[in-house]
Write a protein that binds this ligand. Structure first.
Ligand code: C2E
Ligand code: MG
Ligand code: MG
Ligand code: MG
Length: 277
């Protein structure tokens, strides 16, 4: 009996795991050439003011066309983080986003929000990279927001804090992304200098259930700490109205707009004219 177990267990284990490892190795190999092959591009999703429904920022979201197959950032960003590729890819994203935003003739007030992995943030060259990109793109630092995402736990709060202080001294604003779902959201909020908290879609989805209490608690904490709030993943008018009534400052989600290619932004017309009233 013991022998059988011993045979069976590794077989199930190995086929599943082997498949996963092979898939991620293929993705990683492809990702290594994605930049040179020009397979990466950015889409932008508006973040609207809950007060007057004007566009406050456009969030840059990375897309990868891997030989005709689209692979989502939820899959390839964690692999890029683990392999270190995120530094090169992240630098490309920052540069592209700042260049694009600088040329948004239709809206020179909206910021661009760029997702930055904590792995990038921890890099000693990150501040220099930021300075170089701001200088070469000519984008005013007030128009750049960084969204700190944490899909890999990094245990160096002191370093993150000094990096964020450097960033803020340049007038670049910072959000904690996916608030409430990460490794240590609350303790981060206690120790890190940030300007905005992004309430995760998971809570917005559940706003008619327990999500409501969690959003209210988040709003209370954010207010006490002088942070503005952004809700992501807003899909319905009911959610948008509820969040706005609760006092969330900015809203983002398919109800307002899906992520769009840069060249489509100029023709995008905000379809919702009767919000928030
Ligand atoms: P995120 O920063 O929290 O971005 C929000 C995600 O929710 C995006 O998925 C967006 O397309 C999606 N979304 C927005 N509104 C709605 C909605 O109303 N309904 C639904 N169902 N989804 C909505 P996406 O583009 O697949 O990105 C996933 C994650 O990948 C991002 O989550 C972010 O953590 C990461 N990511 C994307 N681009 C970059 C990047 O350039 N650098 C880094 N480090 N991470 C990135
Ligand atoms: Mg984000
Ligand atoms: Mg998010
Ligand atoms: Mg999220």
């Amino acid at each position: 009996e013991q022998k059988q177990l011993g045979i069976r267990k590794p077989r199930v284990f190995s086929t599943e795991l082997k498949g996963k490892i092979e898939a991620s190795q293929m993705i990683l190999e492809g990702l290594q050439h994605a930049l040179e092959k020009k397979q990466l591009y950015l889409c932008y999703q508006p973040i609207q003011s809950a007060k007057d429904n004007t566009t406050w920022s456009f969030e840059a979201l990375l897309r990868w066309n891997f030989d005709g197959k689209f692979i989502g950032p939820d899959i390839f960003i964690p692999l890029a983080e683990k392999s270190g590729l995120i530094k090169e890819i992240g630098a490309w994203v920052l540069n592209r986003a700042c260049m694009d935003a600088k040329h948004w003739q239709f809206n020179q007030r909206a910021a661009v929000s760029v997702n930055v992995s904590v792995i990038q943030l921890m890099d000693d060259g990150f501040i220099r990279l930021l300075d170089n990109i701001l200088r070469s793109s000519g984008l005013p630092p007030e128009r750049l927001h960084l969204e700190i995402t944490e899909s890999t736990f990094v245990d160096n709060e002191k370093k993150i804090r000094t990096q964020l202080q450097q960033i803020q001294s340049r007038n670049i604003h910072v959000s904690i992304d996916d608030f409430g779902t990460g490794y240590s959201s609350l303790s981060q909020l206690q120790t890190l200098p940030v300007n905005y908290v992004k309430i995760d879609k998971a809570f917005v989805d559940n706003i008619e259930g327990k999500g409501d209490a969690i959003i209210r608690a988040t709003l209370f904490i954010a207010r006490e700490l002088n942070c503005k709030t952004v809700a992501e993943g807003v899909e319905t008018r009911a959610q948008a109205l509820a969040l706005s009534a609760m006092g969330v400052d900015y809203l983002q989600g398919y109800y307002f707009a899906k992520p769009m290619k840069n060249e489509d932004l100029i023709v995008w017309q905000n379809p919702i004219s009767n919000f928030p009233v």
